[in-house]
Ligand binder design. Structure first.
Ligand code: URA
Length: 211
């Protein structure tokens, strides 16, 4: 069935009395924006319903698109390392993304990440809202500007607000920090190390909060 323009958000795909499983299954068929044509599959959030921490990134990357799981590629590996350094067990976290399909453009044989548009973020957001409503995390962690601005508004500045816990419409305790891929993009190993340490400091705020 073709979607009318004003209906093109995933809201109309949300099943009645949603559970994580029902949501994941419904999201597999989501056509609320055009990105389903680009990605191999929908990459839904993963983790326990009772997770105390919920981590939200931007969108799946190349590896996630192929594996069908969030944060399993280079950014995910860096995230895992930082979580360990901060004393947080990824098993205790629910991990998801604002956008559930990989947006990319070709460069030779590579599929290069392309930032999702506001329209694509808006179309996909109902999935994340439903995930948050089910998980009810003690602390919601927004990784990078796309995630933070999708939930907190366009004026939110991660660079200014990172590492601070505050209440939001989505969780009583919300915190934003940088996206792990921003650390991978640093030019020198010194910059990379410094940014990694700052990222771990932000994650330690979460560990202290949970302790
Ligand atoms: N970047 C993200 O924002 N999410 C992933 O799942 C992987 C990379």
């Amino acid at each position: 069935m073709a979607l009318r323009k004003e209906q093109t958000t995933a809201r109309i795909c949300i099943p009645e009395r949603p559970t994580l499983r029902k949501l994941k299954e419904a999201a597999e068929h989501c056509k609320a924006c055009e990105l389903y044509k680009l990605g191999t599959q929908t990459v839904f959030g993963e983790g326990k319903l009772k997770a105390r921490v919920m981590l939200v990134g931007e969108q799946p990357g190349n590896d996630e698109d192929l594996a069908g799981a969030p944060f399993v590629g280079p950014a995910g590996k860096l995230l895992d390392k930082a979580l360990v350094a901060a004393g947080i067990n990824r098993e205790d976290a629910y991990v998801s993304n604002v956008v559930k399909h990989f947006k990319w453009e070709p460069k030779g044989k590579l599929r290069l990440h392309k930032k999702p548009s506001g329209r694509e973020v808006g179309a996909c957001l109902p999935w994340l809202e439903e995930e948050i409503a089910l998980i009810k995390p003690e602390i919601l962690v927004l990784l990078g500007a796309t995630a933070a601005q999708a939930l907190l508004g366009k004026d939110f500045k991660v660079t200014k607000e990172r590492g601070k816990i505050f209440a939001s419409a989505f969780a009583e305790s919300t915190i934003a920090t940088v996206h792990p891929s921003s650390i991978l993009r640093q030019r020198s190993s010194e910059d990379c190390e410094r940014e990694f340490d700052l990222f771990v400091d932000d994650l330690k705020v979460i560990a202290d909060y949970l302790a």
